[in-house]
Design a protein around this ligand. Structure first.
Ligand code: URA
Length: 219
């Protein structure tokens, strides 16, 4: 797998990452969502540089001219609910993309340190021959991403797979690298060292879904 850790080189991206991590700033949920969206826009811009483009002719008010446009259709798939702001950021740039949504959540077992991933709702167009962008803001164990990818298999064979993530634990990144096809690209804004016993990324940012949309009751 090709891994692009975009915070390795300093840019404005690191300011947005700082803001989503900082408890004094993340209380502002509108700013939190918008920062995740801005990170999605940067991930989208960076990954677009690896896409194949083709020449087309368009007409400006002054002349016909050759332009370059992305050769393949794009499908943008996100995991509800934490993935929504990241999805919006990617969709701001890939505005003609088709969209897929899936619900995947951690169901905690009797031992609170163990959980399984439950996939329920899934709405997806054909993926055959298309560029699949699978967005998951927090790659903790990598299990939700893999469960999502497995659930998408009946919808066709994508030509390329791009994973878009905000923060990953090294463990989750390694899991994804081991379990996804070799030609997968992972575009990630930051990689942290640790995963705690409850499966949260440390230092991370806390619960991305709660920060974006409010605290939920545990089921
Ligand atoms: N999901 C989150 O929202 N945060 C984590 O740290 C891990 C998974």
């Amino acid at each position: 797998m090709h891994i692009y850790n975009l915070s390795e080189k300093n840019s404005i991206l690191n300011t947005f990452i700082t803001e989503i991590r900082d408890v004094s700033i993340q209380k502002d949920s509108m700013r939190f969502r918008r920062n995740i969206e801005r990170i999605g826009e940067i991930l989208g811009y960076e990954m677009s540089k690896s896409f194949k483009f083709e020449t087309k002719i368009i007409t400006t008010p002054l002349a016909k001219t050759e332009i370059q446009s992305i050769s393949n259709d794009v499908v943008l798939c996100s995991i509800l609910r934490a993935g929504v702001p990241l999805h919006n950021g990617l969709l701001n740039y890939f505005d003609t993309a088709e969209n897929a949504f899936i619900s995947a959540y951690r169901h905690h077992l009797e031992n609170p340190e163990t959980f399984e991933i439950i996939v329920e709702y899934l709405a997806c167009p054909s993926l055959e021959g298309k560029i699949l962008i699978l967005a998951d803001p927090m790659v903790a164990t990598g299990q939700s991403l893999l469960a999502t990818f497995e659930a998408l298999k009946p919808f066709g064979n994508p030509k390329e797979i791009h994973l878009a993530a905000v923060i990953g634990a090294q463990e989750g990144v390694d899991f994804v690298a081991k379990n996804f096809p070799k030609n997968t690209h992972l575009w990630i804004a930051a990689v942290d060292n640790k995963l705690n016993s409850k499966g949260y990324i440390v230092p991370g940012l806390g619960d991305a879904g709660d920060l974006a949309f409010g605290v939920k009751l545990q089921q």
